[in-house]
Design a protein around this ligand. Sequence first.
Ligand code: ASP
Ligand code: MG
Length: 416
Amino acid sequence: MKVFKFGGASIRDAAAIRNMAEIVRRYAGEPLVVVVSAMGKMTNAFEEVLRRKGDPQRQQEQISLIARYHQEIAEDLFGSAHEISTRIRLLMEEVREMTNRTMPANEWYDQVVSYGEILSSTIIQTWLEQAGIASAWLDARKCIITDDHFREGHILWELTHEALKKEVIPLSENGVVLTQGFLGGTRDGRTTTLGREGSDFTAAIIAASLRAESVTVWKDVDGIMSGDPKRIPDTVILPELPYREASEMTYYGASVIHPKTIKPLANVGIPLFVRSFYQPDQPGTIIRDTEEFSPVAVTILKDNQCLVSFYVRDFTFVNELNLSLIFHQLAEMDMKINMMQNSAISFSICVDYDEEKIGELRERLKGHFKIRFNTGLELVTVKHYTNTQLELYRNQTILLEQITRTTFQVLKDPGC
Ligand code: ASP
Ligand code: MG
């Protein structure tokens, strides 16, 4: 069995969906599970519905915009008199109904935003059928079982393995199994989501549970590159990467695959391909267990960084006790440190900028430290750096710098 994942860009309009279906057709002769995200930027559009909570009229407008987007794609694919338009209309009625319910914010988020994937998978499965590709629609909410940590459901692995084996194997005997990425469900049947961009993770969970032979993530890039070609000179495609290397790249901020994707696959040795849906004949990148890896300098940029510096108030030195206060609050607030450094009287960390969280952190620690912060920064990480990369950053305004045998990191002002 193979598992494919198609993200929002690969199914953003009717032409993209036709292209996606042709890729699926090539492999439809063997057992295949296809995981899809919401179409285009629809998850953002659903988030906007929630943001307009206090303004019912604008909220309805946003829901109508989402309805129109899907109806137009469906009309382009199926013509105007197809029963799919009734199904879309009914699903959008459910969206309106869900939007009006009262429940805790994170739970509400999952109940509403999940319709992005429900709509996309419904339309796409109907298209596969129309295109003569035998297929079945699988409800991921019944197979990817999570706890009730809404917006970031934690997988209950045993239950998920069992459910997937029971549901997917029989369906896969009759054609392609099409399901939603990003979605899960609690044991008592409430919808959860796995965190933004979580569809790659869904593909990995399914592949690991069913011991699939491989996972392929179809993207709008030719594979994993040594840097963003729009911002870094002389980038190349990396044809092969060991799991560890790919996993570290996602840790430092490479957005090409979701950070949680590698682990379940590496644990059972399932290779992950990253390939272009524009160029399905190209091999792309393969991530697997491999000894033969000759390191290439890889540059990863992370924008919207914030440097927070803590100064001890009474001229005592930074010590383990002070540090433990800071770490305790960071852990409690789910804030991840991207880089850190200490000196005699100060301790500095680089974190993703989130205005609310930074304010809260300041409140919690202001009794112990004087706190300064700089925002709008860029964190550059170069793995397997050479002199070329070191030279590149020599004359720039650097706020923090760190160098190990394999990795070089600088926190800088993007303008300088
Ligand atoms: N549709 C979800 C999101 O945009 C999940 C995904 O695309 O992987 O975050
Ligand atoms: Mg998406």
